[in-house]
Design a protein around this ligand. Structure first.
Ligand code: PRT
Ligand code: ZN
Length: 223
């Protein structure tokens, strides 16, 4: 009937570790979405919000370029993408969310001795997060080779592709299964709700205010 014409567009991970928590959060905020995953774009029934389902890696760019007004994405992916982009931040972090928690850590084969970050000098470090890894090494004044892999980073030392790794850790069981031990945490992450940096028009800004108010109620109740 008289729903606002201008709908917010939110990018959400299509499937993976953030998908279900993202959808549950929207549901807890009273936003009804039917049968996700089947379509690329879905309209909420009772709110001026559309969801775009994409790979998490695409979310920072979709938001920074303004294709989507909003996104739910891991801060690890966001920061990596912002560093790679190199320009001033084109997004605003509206809320840090209480799911998707993990840390980006440097891990070595269990038997490799390690006293301090200086021991990484001259080594090959395999990671899917080259920007965050290089920034950390530069901050520490350590020069090492960063080898970028898109997945299965934990097997790189066994394959002889690298000496050590820099990968996401949550429970630690992947490291343990691969006989690796974490020695340095270089970035702590959770999911975040981000927005394109340009101001929203009045209609969208109002809709976002409602979402944020509900979200704060939900997160307060949960936390
Ligand atoms: O298909 P798409 O590109 O969208 O998904 P993806 O496979 O790239 O990402 P996905 O779904 O695995 O993760 C999405 C986001 O979840 C990440 O960017 C993080 O922000 C967050 N997250 C939280 C994690 C983890 N915990 C996590 N443990 N992402 C990945 N892992 C991996 C890690 O890389 C390692 O392989 O899980 C393994 C370690 O887990 P533990 O529990 O054994 O320590
Ligand atoms: Zn991804």
């Amino acid at each position: 009937a008289n729903l606002p014409k201008d709908r917010l567009r939110l990018a959400v991970q299509k499937s993976g570790r953030l998908h279900t928590d993202s959808m549950d959060l929207l549901k807890a905020c009273g936003i009804k979405i039917k049968s996700p995953k089947e379509k690329l774009l879905l309209h909420a029934d009772n709110f001026p919000l559309d969801l775009l389902f994409v790979r998490d890696d695409d979310i920072p760019q979709l938001v920074m370029d303004g294709v989507c007004d909003l996104g739910i994405v891991g801060q690890n992916v966001l920061e990596e993408s912002a560093l790679e982009r190199g320009t001033a931040n084109a997004y605003v972090s509206e809320r840090v969310l209480d799911f998707g928690g993990c840390r980006l850590a440097i891990a070595l084969p269990e038997e490799r001795p390690y006293a301090s970050v200086k021991d990484l000098a001259g080594l090959r470090i395999a990671t899917s997060y080259p920007q965050l890894t290089k920034r950390y090494l530069a901050q520490q004044g350590v020069s090492a080779d960063v080898v970028t892999l898109s997945g299965s980073v934990e097997i790189a030392p066994r394959l002889g592709l690298a000496d050590v790794i820099c990968d996401l850790v949550s429970s630690g069981s992947t490291l343990e299964a691969n006989k690796l031990r974490a020695v340095e945490t270089i970035f702590k992450s959770t999911a975040a709700l981000i927005r394109n940096a340009r101001p929203l028009n009045a209609e969208k800004a109002h809709a976002l205010e409602i979402i944020l108010r509900r979200l704060d109620g939900v997160q307060k109740a949960a936390g």
